[in-house]
Design a protein around this ligand. Structure first.
Ligand SMILES: [Zn+2]
Length: 103
């Protein structure tokens, strides 16, 4: 991972720490430093080959989003609404931390 990517992973971990603390919300690519680095503006699509997280393919992020979609969609923001939300947010954050450990 290059320096820029590492910085983005750190930024994304901060985002998830705020979500876990109950002070942040998930705005998808609009507040994810990794998405901002890897979003391909010309093609209007994600470059999943180069983003080390690949949230569409990652089980922890998918679980977080699916749970919200099923249980909390009418409660507006994509943030923590119940203990299961918190559990899956922690799993996403821990997966991001693993990226740093792997280098
Ligand atoms: Zn929930």
């Amino acid at each position: 991972m290059d320096v820029k990517t590492k910085e983005a992973v750190h930024g994304s971990i901060k985002k998830w720490n705020r979500i876990i603390a109950g002070t942040g919300i998930d705005l998808g690519r609009y507040n994810c430093p990794l998405c901002q680095l890897f979003f391909n503006r010309c093609q209007q699509m994600y470059n999943s080959q180069t983003c080390p997280f690949n949230c569409f393919g990652d089980a922890s992020y998918r679980k977080w989003f699916k749970h919200y979609d099923k249980e909390h969609r009418k409660e507006t923001d994509l943030k923590i609404h119940c203990p299961e939300c918190k559990e899956s947010a922690i799993a996403v954050r821990d997966d991001l931390k693993k990226l740093l450990e792997e280098g």
